[in-house]
Design a protein around this ligand. Structure first.
Ligand SMILES: NC(=O)c1ccc[n+]([C@@H]2O[C@H](COP(=O)([O-])OP(=O)(O)OC[C@H]3O[C@@H](n4cnc5c(N)ncnc54)[C@H](O)[C@@H]3O)[C@@H](O)[C@H]2O)c1
Length: 365
C-alpha cells in the first residue's frame, strides 16, 4: 500500500462505522420530506431508527409508528436528539431556515449529517455550514439527490467527456402549474421568504445545481428580476415571488438563463422543467429528450444515456455507504454550498435589482 493510499484509507477509517454495525439514525422534521426520508432509512439493512423529532405531535406519532420495529426515542426538542449516544447519524428535514443551526450542532456533536436542501437560505448560513463541515471528520451529505440519479450521472458524464465541447450557454427552467397549497402542510413557512428563501432557493436549487454540474462551473455573477404576478397577496403576508427571471455568468463567459414560475399551464406543449446546454459542437437537452443535437447537420442526434435503472433511495444508500467508509460523496458540502449559493445569488440579484457577484456573498469554498 502506498503512503498516500494508507493515509487516505486510515482517514476514511477514522470516521467509518464498522461494516456489520447498524447505524443509529435520527430524523429531525418528519413532514412531507422527512417522512419519505425516514422510509428510505428504514429500508436500509444496516440502519436503526434511534430517534425521531418533530414539533407536531401527529407527525411525530405517525413517524414513530412507521419506525415502530426500532422503538425510537421521540421528542419535540431537537437538541435532545443530538445529545444521544445511540445516534450516529442525523437527517435534517425541517424548514430551510433551520438547517444550518441543526446541521452544525449535529456535526459538532460528532454525528454524520444528511441535510436537506437548500443547506441555507442566506450566505451566512451557508458559510457557517461550510466551516463546520470542513472542521468535522464526519460525513456531510446535502439532499441534492439529483446527484444520485443514474440517468443524470450518465448525461452529465457525457457532457464532461466533451460531447458538446466547450459550454457556451445554458437555458433552463423550473415551472409549475400552480402555487403550493396556501393552507397546505408547509404553508406555515413556505410563503415567508426568510424561512424558505422562496421558490428559487427552495426548489430551483435542484435545477440550478444541475446546470452548474453540467457546466462543471459555478456562476461568478447574476442579474435578474422577480415579482408576484398571479398570487398577489395570497396567502396573506406572502413575501416570496411567483416568478423569477435570471441571467447568470460563468467564468468562461458562458451565460445561463433561468426562469421559474408557478403559472405554467399543464397542457402547454413544452416541458415544465428543462435544461438545454449549448456548446461548441451542439446542444444537449438533459431533461426532456435526453439527447445531444449537433451543429453538423450530417451527424444524427445521440442519446445522452440508455435510460438506466434508478435504484430506490440511491442518495440515502450513498450516505450510509459513506458512513461505513466506502463510496464517493456526490453531494458533499461543496455541492450543497454551491447549489444554495447559486440560488441565493439569483435571489439577491432580484431583490437588490442589480448585478451581484458570487464574491460579494463572501463564502470561502
Ligand atoms: N430533496 C427534495 O427533493 C425535497 C423535497 C421536498 C422537500 N425538501 C426539503 O425538506 C425540508 C422540509 O420540507 P417539507 O416539505 O417536508 O416541509 P414540512 O412542513 O412538510 O415538514 C417540516 C417539518 O419540520 C417540523 N419542524 C419545524 N420546526 C421544527 C423544529 N424546530 N424542530 C423539529 N421539527 C420541526 C415541522 O413540524 C414539520 O413537520 C425543506 O428544506 C425542503 O426544502 C426536499
Amino acid at each position: 500500500m502506498s503512503r498516500r493510499t494508507f493515509l487516505l484509507s486510515s482517514a476514511a477509517a477514522a470516521f467509518a462505522q464498522a461494516p456489520n454495525e447498524r447505524v443509529g439514525t435520527a430524523v429531525i422534521g418528519t413532514g412531507n420530506r422527512g417522512s419519505y426520508l425516514l422510509t428510505s432509512v428504514i429500508d436500509q439493512p444496516d440502519t436503526r431508527v434511534a430517534a425521531i423529532c418533530d414539533l407536531k405531535p401527529d407527525r411525530l406519532d405517525k413517524a414513530a409508528s412507521a419506525a415502530g420495529k426500532d422503538n425510537p426515542f421521540t421528542t419535540k426538542e431537537w437538541r435532545r436528539v443530538i445529545e444521544r449516544k445511540d445516534v450516529d447519524a442525523v437527517y435534517v428535514a425541517t424548514p430551510p431556515h433551520l438547517h444550518a443551526e441543526m446541521a452544525i450542532a449535529a456535526l459538532e456533536a460528532g454525528k454524520h449529517v444528511y441535510c436537506e436542501k437548500p443547506i441555507g437560505v442566506n450566505a451566512r448560513q451557508v458559510r457557517d455550514i461550510v466551516r463546520a463541515a470542513k472542521k468535522s471528520n464526519k460525513v456531510f451529505v446535502a439532499g441534492q439527490q439529483m446527484r444520485s440519479m443514474s440517468s443524470l450521472i450518465a448525461a452529465v458524464g457525457k457532457i464532461h467527456a466533451g460531447v458538446i465541447g466547450e459550454v457556451y450557454q445554458i437555458k433552463a427552467q423550473r415551472h409549475a402549474s400552480a402555487d403550493l397549497p396556501h393552507d397546505g402542510t408547509s404553508g406555515d413557512w413556505y410563503f415567508d421568504v426568510s424561512k424558505s428563501g422562496g421558490y428559487l432557493i427552495e426548489q430551483s436549487v435542484h435545477n440550478l445545481d444541475l446546470c452548474n454540474w453540467a457546466a462543471n462551473m459555478v456562476p461568478v455573477k447574476a442579474v435578474g428580476f422577480g415579482s408576484v404576478m398571479r398570487y398577489k397577496g395570497q396567502p396573506t403576508g406572502r413575501t416570496i415571488f411567483d416568478n423569477s427571471n435570471l441571467v447568470y455568468e460563468y467564468a468562461n463567459g458562458a451565460k445561463m438563463t433561468f426562469t421559474q414560475n408557478v403559472f405554467h399551464p399543464r397542457r402547454l406543449p413544452n416541458s415544465n422543467q428543462m435544461v438545454y446546454v449549448y456548446g461548441e459542437k451542439g446542444a444537449a437537452d438533459i431533461m426532456t429528450t435526453a439527447s445531444v443535437y449537433f451543429h453538423d447537420t450530417a451527424t444524427r442526434e445521440e442519446p445522452l444515456h440508455t435510460k438506466p435503472e434508478e435504484p430506490k433511495h440511491a442518495h440515502t444508500r450513498m450516505f450510509f455507504d459513506l458512513v461505513k467508509g466506502t463510496g464517493t460523496n456526490r453531494a458533499d458540502w461543496k455541492v450543497g454550498a454551491t447549489a444554495a449559493l447559486t440560488a441565493i445569488l439569483g435571489h439577491d440579484a432580484m431583490t437588490r435589482q442589480r448585478v451581484v457577484t458570487m464574491a460579494e456573498l463572501g463564502v470561502e469554498l
